[in-house]
Design a protein around this ligand. Structure first.
Ligand SMILES: Nc1ncnc2c1ncn2[C@@H]1O[C@H](COP(=O)(O)OP(=O)(O)OP(=O)(O)O)[C@@H](O)[C@H]1O
Ligand SMILES: Nc1ncnc2c1ncn2[C@@H]1O[C@H](COP(=O)(O)OP(=O)(O)OP(=O)(O)O)[C@@H](O)[C@H]1O
Ligand SMILES: [Mg+2]
Ligand SMILES: [Mg+2]
Lengths: 273, 273
């Protein structure tokens, strides 16, 4: 069955969208069929693939807000073996639309109910990767209710672990409440400057934090730090402005090599579930 | 009367907190008396100054949620001529507390009503600088209702201008609705990598964008790009982990020189209002 990854960190600007786009592309180069879902009202993932939608174009908003819209109606092909459920800025209003379902205790399941229809079809994807917004609201909760693994992009700066701790609490609440199979797969070190004292101290603290969870009954008990760290590289910031992933834009740069290796790591470390 | 600056950008991780802390400190070195306000439920500004509060310690939450709490009760000294209204993570719940005032159309004025009491006192600050969260919700609206100038930290990457455009629309709505004197002072280029094509293209687009507003009846008609850009410098990321501003931590590094020059620029470019 498909592996379903939520790429999440409530801290802004840490590399969630860059990781979703390039990890997804990297997996297609390893012959995986990948669907990405843009859960962010900023719609940056969609814009990375050159998709600037009008509010009338079918997108994630209608999929969540309108009962009769199906997942097949909103999916678009964006590359070889790569498709997307795009977002548009009206997604910011979807929480208001879901208010009736909040009252009936169903609002966290809207995405899962729609997407699970896809999981039984013969042309289902091998990977579903969800790009999440920098918040822990209803969109993030929907992502965590559908997902089976959480991948956490993290910039090794001051307060990174404080945010991680809060994120892990939220994941645990969702796992206990709605999604028993949910696990934290691990952390992707993004925009990494390995030769700085700050990064090495934060990584050391992160390793201790994860170590403390080993053997415990917590969803991060098997969480790893994925290899390799993704080095800071301006090409990664440039490629979306051309509507390309790093593999199309600058396939030999350090950013492409790092995300290629990350895709292999993720492929070979299925989350114990 | 005090200059009141809102440091705002709904994009996460672009340098708002780093700019608030170091611009404030830089202004105190120019003999200004500065009050900073931490409007972010993540409370990063407060943590930068070493203030990790319990929910029972008086902070911005009580100032906004409880009618009888005064601004003097929540202000704390953190340096020479530098004080703070700190935040604590319970600030995330304040929007629920303000719901009755939303209904009476007063919820955007809660901060302004409390802080304006301070503006008439003989020991009032020369500058009030508000660190805003990465969102355009009720906390940001309160900041824009109190402020007279908006300072926008911006990372010159893809989609920076899209976010700026949306921010400017929001500022215009608040200016027209609640705060006629509100102006956009300008943009601070943060984490700037001047020798990259991406940065130079985004800055060129930014200059055109601001040029298009000149002479128009818009709050950004006189907005500038402040000099100098703040260069990427790991010392700026390290200093908060020591509870220090850059001037205490590494006073001769490029980050300190850049924020010192920015403080001088802001001091000498009062917003036309
Ligand atoms: N390794 C890297 N090297 C250089 N720039 C990077 C790298 N990773 C990401 N960036 C750039 O940093 C900025 C923030 O990255 P990104 O948008 O992926 O973060 P995010 O966590 O998705 O942000 P948000 O919280 O707003 O959704 C972008 O301009 C992106 O192009
Ligand atoms: N010029 C710089 N050089 C290097 N690192 C920087 C620079 N400016 C900020 N940083 C670091 O980048 C990260 C994000 O900066 P900061 O917290 O100031 O952004 P922010 O806009 O306040 O984020 P948020 O949206 O979460 O409030 C922090 O770890 C900070 O220390
Ligand atoms: Mg993103
Ligand atoms: Mg901040």
């Amino acid at each position: 069955s498909p592996r379903i990854l939520a790429v999440m960190n409530q801290k802004g600007g840490v590399g969630k969208t860059t990781t979703t786009a390039n990890l997804a592309a990297g997996l297609t180069y390893l012959d995986q069929k990948v669907l990405v879902i843009d859960m962010d009202p900023q719609a940056h993932l969609s814009l990375h693939f050159g998709l600037e939608l009008a509010s009338t174009d079918l997108n994630l908003y209608q999929l969540l807000a309108e009962d009769e819209v199906t997942v097949q109606e909103v999916i678009r092909e964006v590359g070889s073996n790569l498709s997307i459920i795009p977002a548009q800025v009206n997604l910011a209003g979807v929480e208001a639309e879901l208010a009736p379902k909040v009252i009936t205790g169903q609002a966290q399941r809207v995405l899962a109910d729609k997407v699970e229809a896809l999981l039984q079809t013969p042309d289902r994807p091998d990977y579903i990767i969800i790009d999440c917004p920098p918040s822990l609201g209803l969109l993030a909760i929907n992502a965590l209710t559908l997902a089976r693994e959480v991948v956490v992009p993290l910039q090794a700066h001051f307060l990174a672990l404080q945010g991680l701790s809060k994120l892990f609490e939220t994941i645990q609440l969702i796992q206990q409440g709605f999604n028993p199979k949910l696990r934290v797969g691990g952390v992707v070190l993004c925009m990494h400057e390995a030769n700085t004292i700050l990064a090495s101290e934060v990584v050391a603290d992160l390793m201790n934090f994860l170590e403390a969870g080993r053997g415990q009954d917590v969803p991060w008990a098997d969480a790893v730090i994925y290899e390799p760290p993704i080095r800071r590289n301006i090409k990664l910031a440039e490629s979306p402005s051309f509507g390309k992933t790093i593999f199309e834009y600058a396939p030999h740069c350090a950013g492409a090599r790092d995300y290629e290796r990350l895709a292999k790591s993720i492929l070979s470390t299925p989350t114990a579930s």
